[in-house]
Design a binder for this molecule. Structure first.
Ligand code: GLU
Length: 530
């Protein structure tokens, strides 16, 4: 390892998915490494066998990859300090314990759980609170302790908090000078009786052996830091720079949790947020470039991120801002990039369309604010339709690119795509929104039917090339001779072809479908709806 090279790590425990808070910590570490020409290490803290799962490891790695947080060392990227799973590093913890023994910085403790529980209960009842282990075993002579160890008596190893040690002080890069009274530190366990290290011990061994220079992590670890500093000192190793990140709160000012909606990175991915938008948004939860700039592409973040601009004020997770930002990032994509990013939803749109019945149907308007109102029956996407859709997508990428300008202006999340674009794949069928049918067809009656017939003539004329501007002009030109308002002329066409009075640009959509299908929809509507 080069001297003075910045080395930071993200150290998730695979006891759950990657959550928003963890992702923010990962982004800060990653951006800090990049901005300083340093190394970003991913370490999996899987020492809790009951709660760690391989599935969670996989989810975390996938989420990191999706966010584009590439690591220089870690799972799949071997480096000089591996392995990068704590379960593979057990010998390093044993070595560190040996070192602590040589330095007379630890002692074996034979107190049983029952004894400790009883002491705790008594302290709580008579002394007004438990202030930690009472150091009973610290006074055992080394010889006596060795006899008990040799006899196979179960024991843990505890750190000897040095006598005469002053308060534990460090200068946190975010919180500033911190001081913890030494009296609050009991002789903590570093190695359990089953030979596994405690969290604080394993983290210090790893950070030390991996040459970590800056520990950037959530402030839920702030109270661990003085304990960890005691372990560094006992090992005779340099203490890294600490930077603790403030909490992330929901818009109601309470700690971000499930109550606020999605909390895992995977859920945001499924809801159609772009990784670039996510990284930009999360980077601003506690950091700012200049207090004003909100759009900070990842290249700029990697150049300009600094711990000086991390605030200790709690950050507010504002999903409205994320939605806005996602829309901005969607509009910055090229059509080809959009098709790539939106592939699952474009396939879903096609599958939905292919699964719709080949008939004219009037479906209740969705009413999310009143769940007791009739809701549209969701169309069951068949396996066959999904397979056809995937195949169709693979073979028609260029065609799908033409959909980008139709929707990009208004798109907030990619998961809105299926509902917006399924109509392109209905063939000759029509799924007509009830509210639109009422307003545009039934209220207007003969007028709407007349408008449809007139537009049919224009679209059906083989002399007219299948081009949006020309077809649009010719349809618009009908308004005057028919004595109709443009709206009365074109809305029926929109509802007949797209199923809804709100749709992507009408003629640009029409020309992406087959002329025969468009004509068939109009004919069917005229025959069945009026
Ligand atoms: N594994 C710990 C956690 O997931 C992080 C430890 C650290 O960053 O020091 O909370």
């Amino acid at each position: 390892m080069e001297n003075n090279k910045v080395r930071v790590r993200f150290a998730p425990s695979p006891t759950g998915k990657l959550h928003i808070g963890g992702a923010r910590t990962a982004i800060f570490n990653w951006a800090f490494a990049r901005a300083n020409g340093g190394d970003f290490i991913l370490r999996i803290e899987d020492t809790d066998p009951e709660r760690s799962t391989e599935e969670n490891v996989d989810i975390i790695l996938k989420a990191m990859e999706w966010l584009g947080l590439d690591w220089d060392e870690g799972p799949g990227v071997e480096g000089p300090c591996g392995p990068y799973f704590q379960t593979g590093r057990m010998d390093t913890y044993r070595e560190a314990l040996e070192l602590l023994k040589q330095r007379d910085a630890v002692y074996p403790c034979f107190c049983t759980k029952e004894e400790l529980d009883a002491k705790r209960r008594q302290a709580e009842e008579t002394e007004g609170g438990y202030s930690g282990y009472d150091r009973t075993c610290r006074s055992l002579s080394p010889a006596e302790a060795q006899v008990r160890i040799d006899a196979g008596e179960p024991h843990v190893w505890r750190l000897k908090v040095p006598d005469g040690h002053g308060p534990i002080e460090f200068d946190d890069a975010v919180y500033g000078p911190m001081s913890f009274p030494i009296e609050a530190m009991d002789d903590m366990i570093v190695m359990r009786s089953d030979g596994t290290p405690t969290y604080n011990f394993a983290v210090v061994c790893d950070d030390s052996n991996m040459g970590i220079t800056h520990v950037i992590r959530g402030d839920d670890h702030l109270s661990n830091t003085p304990r960890q500093i005691l372990i560094y000192e006992a090992l005779g190793r340099p203490v890294p720079q600490f930077a603790h990140l403030s909490m992330i709160l929901g818009p109601d000012g309470k700690k971000l949790s499930k109550r606020h909606g999605a909390t895992s990175v995977g859920e945001y991915r499924q809801r159609g947020y772009l990784p670039d938008a996510m990284v930009n948004f999360l980077a601003l939860l506690g950091w700012s470039l200049d207090g004003e700039t909100t759009l900070i592409p990842r290249e700029q973040l990697c150049r300009e991120f600094s711990l000086e601009r991390v605030t200790k004020k709690d950050a507010i997770f504002d999903e409205t801002k994320l939605d806005w930002m996602n829309g901005v990032y969607i509009r910055e994509l090229s059509a080809a990039q959009w098709v790539e990013a939106a592939a699952p939803w474009l396939i879903e749109a096609a599958a939905l369309g292919f699964s719709a019945p080949d008939a004219v149907q009037i479906v209740p308007t969705a009413n999310p604010s009143d769940p007791s109102a009739p809701q549209p029956e969701p169309i069951q996407v068949t396996e066959d339709a999904l397979a056809r859709a995937a195949e169709y997508f693979g073979a028609h990428r260029a065609w799908f690119e033409q959909l980008y300008p139709l929707v990009s202006e208004r798109l907030v999340r990619l998961d809105e795509i299926p509902a917006k674009l399924a109509f392109l794949f209905w063939g000759t069928g029509c799924q007509l929104d009830e509210k639109s049918v009422n307003k545009v067809f039934w209220k207007e009656g003969a007028l709407a039917e007349e408008a449809l017939r007139a537009c049919f003539e224009v679209l059906g004329s083989q002399d007219n090339p299948w081009e949006a501007p020309l077809l649009e002009q010719q349809c618009r030109d009908l308004a005057e001779p028919l004595g109709m308002k443009l709206k009365n002329l074109l809305q029926p066409l929109r509802v007949a072809v797209c199923g809804n009075m709100v749709s992507p640009p009408l003629f640009e959509s029409i020309v992406l479908m087959d002329r025969s299908e468009v004509l068939a929809r109009i004919t069917n509507v005229i025959g069945k709806v009026f």
